[in-house]
Design a protein around this ligand. Structure first.
Ligand SMILES: [Zn+2]
Length: 270
């Protein structure tokens, strides 16, 4: 599932590829994947809209349009947004196609069809339930200490809660906790202040490094140009069951916390 670094990479790729282009038509082959407000016809509203920017909020790709409206796209498990030049063949699993006036098209593909792209009105508060952006200046060590205070939730479950911090998923939660030397099942409130500061630093660091490597392709993630990321080559623990911990050599274990596979080192994560 694409997490913050993958979605950021996709958004940056799209910003380079489609900003300034005007929608000629939208082809919706699977209606549930293109959502509009009641009474609004998605395919009818889009032609003539110019793309003025592409960004990210949490795990969502935000495409800003000239009318002030936005397209908010959730890729969920297997969604992809891939830009295709005129003449390029059909992208596998494509369900929604944005055709631009210059012949370029943006294919929204999803083999499992959980992904959605939603037309959002200019004043529609769609992201009210999303938590803080971990790479924003507002996410501070002191603020993080306050967020965890009194919380009995296992720290890993807290990190995955999009209403607290937006964008962290299973890969980066496991990696950040390993980096900070913290046991994933530890109650959030039981972390010492130095441990919270280490975790804060680790979250920011792992996300930035992963963006620098264009994300992690452990599954079928590809960016807007259809290319795989590179962070899977430097993962410390995620998916590494039975392999030696890069820090202490102990075998990495896989346990389950809140129904999610969790990889960690019993020896150096306390
Ligand atoms: Zn270790």
């Amino acid at each position: 599932m694409p997490e913050l670094p993958e979605v950021e990479t996709i958004a940056r790729g799209l910003a380079n590829a489609i900003v300034g282009k005007t929608v000629a038509s939208v082809e919706i082959r699977l209606p549930k994947m293109a959502v509009a407000p009641p009474g609004v016809d998605f395919a009818r509203e889009l032609p003539g809209e110019r793309v003025v920017g592409v960004g990210r909020r949490g795990k969502y790709v935000i495409t800003r349009l000239s009318s002030g409206r936005s397209l908010v796209t959730s890729l969920r498990m297997t969604g992809r947004l891939v830009v295709q030049r005129p003449g390029e063949g059909e992208y596998k699993g494509t369900h929604v196609v944005f055709h631009y006036t210059d012949g370029t098209r943006l294919s929204f593909a999803d083999l499992r069809t959980f992904g959605r792209t939603r037309l959002v009105e200019p004043d529609e508060p769609w992201d009210g339930s999303l938590g803080i952006e971990p790479l924003s200046s507002g996410f501070t060590p002191e603020g993080f200490i306050g967020m965890l205070s009194g919380r009995t939730t296992p720290i890993k479950v807290f990190l995955l809660d999009q209403q607290r911090i937006a964008g962290i998923g299973n890969i980066y939660a496991c990696e950040a906790l390993w980096d900070a030397g913290i046991k994933p099942g530890k109650p959030a409130k039981a972390l010492s202040k130095p441990a919270v500061r280490r975790l804060h630093r680790a979250i920011v660091d792992v996300l930035q490094r992963a963006i620098g490597m264009r994300g992690t392709s452990v599954d079928d993630y590809v960016d807007a140009e259809g290319l795989r990321g590179g962070f899977q080559n430097v993962l410390a623990v995620y998916g590494k069951h039975g392999q030696p911990c890069p820090r202490c050599g102990t075998s990495i274990v896989r346990t389950v916390i809140a129904q999610r596979g969790t990889w960690w080192c019993r020896s150096c994560q306390r």
